[in-house]
Design a protein around this ligand. Structure first.
Ligand SMILES: [Zn+2]
Ligand SMILES: [Zn+2]
Length: 176
């Protein structure tokens, strides 16, 4: 997901370009695959320090259900507001003011060919947007802790797990 921003860097502060995003994106993450293209609209805005990328993207991630481990599709919305800095001065463009607060991070650098690469930033933001405990359905019964059967599909004869609160009382009663 790369954009040539040479023209924008030559423009005055406030100049903007709108890009429509609709492309597949691969993550290097075994437990999270995107099963829909990343879609949305981004604004690339020239500001005194470089380019501000702002917008909202959506996609669908396939992750294992936190209870039964079945593959589960989760809609994700990623709100991006990220600042990118040029690494080289561009001829005829307005000067770049370096913000002393800004950390030097390779992920938000525009390369020497004036290509702005959104991949790392997008990846980080997709991971942040992904739920920690996705569920295949709100009432997923999960796997039986004893026999490992998926209790959404078939019941098993194992005794229900003791309530952990009772277990604490039982432990108190046990002679030391
Ligand atoms: Zn489940
Ligand atoms: Zn069981």
């Amino acid at each position: 997901m790369r954009y040539n921003v040479a023209g924008l860097l030559k423009s005055n502060t406030g100049a903007a370009r709108t890009v429509e995003v609709d492309e597949p994106f691969k993550l290097g993450e075994p437990d999270l695959a995107l099963v829909a293209p990343v879609r949305g609209v981004l604004r690339l805005i020239r500001d005194p320090g470089g380019i501000l990328v702002d917008g909202r993207l959506t996609t669908v991630a396939r992750m294992p259900c936190a209870r039964c481990l079945e593959p589960t599709d989760v809609e994700l919305t990623v709100a991006l507001t990220e600042h990118f800095r040029p690494t080289v001065a561009i001829e005829s463009g307005p000067p770049i003011e370096k913000d002393p607060e800004e950390e030097d991070e390779a992920a938000t650098e525009i390369d020497i060919h004036h290509m702005l690469d959104l991949s790392d930033v997008l990846w980080q933001n997709i991971l942040l947007a992904a739920p920690m405990h996705p569920l295949c359905r709100p009432d997923c019964a999960g796997l039986c802790p004893h026999c490992g059967r998926n209790r959404n599909i078939e019941a098993c004869d194992c005794a229900p797990a003791p309530d952990p609160r009772w277990q604490a009382l039982l432990d108190l009663k046990r002679p030391r």
